[in-house]
Design a protein around this ligand. Structure first.
Ligand code: PLP
Length: 444
């Protein structure tokens, strides 16, 4: 019996023993193509020698120093790099150990920003339905999936929610994309007015929705409109780029493609690319300035924040991405993946949508294409595809999102940036086999 409290208490997963490039191997000698980069994490693949060397060097020199006594070179250099590569005045970084921790820090930074300004009545965060921001209590409260929140509801703060920007599912027939976008912005404005701008800290959204709805890019102009409303009503724009940031969609930060500057940006996953647990919040100058002029401290902290080895790993990852022009590779390989998926599944009767940007792509699975009817949630088709894919030696990230009470199945693909064209072809072929096997099982 395993003494680990696994995610699934009824089934112990295979034991992973080694990995290199885009391949993982288990104790039974089976190998798997990592087409999901874990959970959109492993942007450089596994066992990258330069990242390992940077971590070893850091461990030899300094493995840990508590941040109430010291800062360290690796954390300083990482912060310099992340802010230097960020547009505008996003010039401060708060380093933590993962995405949820980073989201908590962003929410508290937002709250303290207004407390320091003598506006303690600001306590609300507006978020979106069908969103995911992490599993700690604050991040969970913000997230849009009711089924995730339900068991913990009494422990969670109240969060007003507006519609996600999800054209495939929510744009009405006959409605143009710009009318749809305008309607979403009108709903957000109404929400701000209904609660009163002076009670609101900010609006929280994933720049590109990751796992919950499956690689959903925003419509043209949506975030520009959101930024305008945030400015108009004096509330913060907090963008969650835990999944879509750090190059995954072809630019270092996904919001760069939207032509907006958020006040706070939440990072994780690809920041450490799986080599170390690390997350971060980027903050604009006015946020840091207000805390500096006010109490002089951010009232927050974790024992492992600013960890030297985690920072050294993240720094090495960023250096490799830049030196090897991996953002360019994300664009070209992303285009190849999109083409392959369209060729293989464009006419598939149960693939309703193929979407995404860069190397964050998804297939939405439907019972019937023209009506977009989802499969019966009891089938958990996404989980069947995951199992079938593993049997075909392929890792894909499955999710059943909640669409206003209905569930939809989608399969997320987020291969490492170093993936080759022939590996992408192999991934697409295995995915086809897995889908076939899963649909056959579902029909039984
Ligand atoms: N935000 C988004 C968009 C995510 O996709 C995730 C994780 O999947 C998180 C936050 C939480 O990150 P972590 O799992 O590192 O706590």
């Amino acid at each position: 019996m395993s003494h680990l409290l696994h995610r699934n208490l009824r089934r112990t997963p295979p034991v992973a023993v080694s990995a290199s490039g885009i391949t993982l191997r288990d104790q039974q000698g089976r190998s798997y193509l990592d087409a999901s980069g874990g959970a959109a994490v492993s942007s450089l693949g596994h066992g990258h020698p330069e990242v390992l060397a940077a971590m070893h060097a850091q461990m030899d020199q300094l493995a840990y120093a508590h941040t109430s006594f010291f800062t360290c070179k690796a954390a300083e250099e990482l912060a310099q790099r992340l802010t230097g590569d960020a547009p505008g005045d996003l010039d401060h970084v708060y380093l933590v150990s993962g995405g949820s921790e980073a989201m908590e820090a962003a929410l508290k930074l937002g709250r303290q920003y207004y407390v320091e300004a003598g506006q303690p009545a600001r306590s609300l965060l507006i978020a979106r339905r069908q969103s995911y921001h992490g599993n700690t209590l604050g991040a969970l409260a913000i997230g849009g999936n009711a089924w995730r929140r339900r068991p913990f509801e009494p422990l969670l703060m109240d969060v007003p929610r507006v519609a996600p920007c999800f054209e495939y599912r929510e744009r009405r027939e006959g409605q143009t994309s710009s009318d749809y976008t305008a309607a979403l912005l009108a709903e957000l404005e109404q929400c701000i007015l209904a609660h009163g701008p002076h009670s609101i800290i900010g609006f929280v959204a994933e720049t590109m929705v990751g796992a919950t709805a499956g690689a959903v890019p925003p419509t043209f102009g949506y975030f520009r409109g959101v930024r305008k409303l945030c400015d108009q009503y004096g509330i913060l724009l907090i963008l969650d780029e835990v999944m879509c940031g750090m190059g995954r969609t072809g630019t270092l930060y996904a919001f760069e493609q939207e032509g907006v500057l958020p006040d706070l940006v939440v990072l994780g996953k690809g920041l450490g690319a799986g080599y170390q647990p690390i997350g971060a919040v980027l903050a604009r100058a006015h946020i840091a300035q207000r805390l500096r002029d006010g109490s002089g401290a951010f009232q927050h902290g974790h024992t492992y924040m600013g960890h030297p080895v985690a920072a050294a790993a993240a720094l090495a990852v960023q250096k490799v991405i830049q030196r090897d022009n991996l953002l360019g590779a994300v664009a070209t390989r992303g285009a190849t993946l999109r083409r392959l998926l369209r060729q293989a599944f464009g006419d598939h009767p149960h693939v309703g949508d193929i979407r995404g940007r860069g190397l964050l792509m998804a297939l939405e699975l439907v019972q019937e294409r023209s009506s977009k009817t989802p499969f019966d949630p009891a089938l958990a088709l996404h989980a069947l595809v995951k199992d079938a894919a593993m049997a075909c030696g392929l890792l894909v990230y499955p999710m059943g999102g909640t669409i206003d009470g209905q569930r939809g199945d989608h399969i997320l693909l987020a291969p490492p940036f170093i993936v080759t064209d022939s590996e992408l072809a192999d991934i697409t072929e295995r995915l086809g086999d897995a889908l076939k096997a899963a649909l056959t099982r579902a029909e039984k």
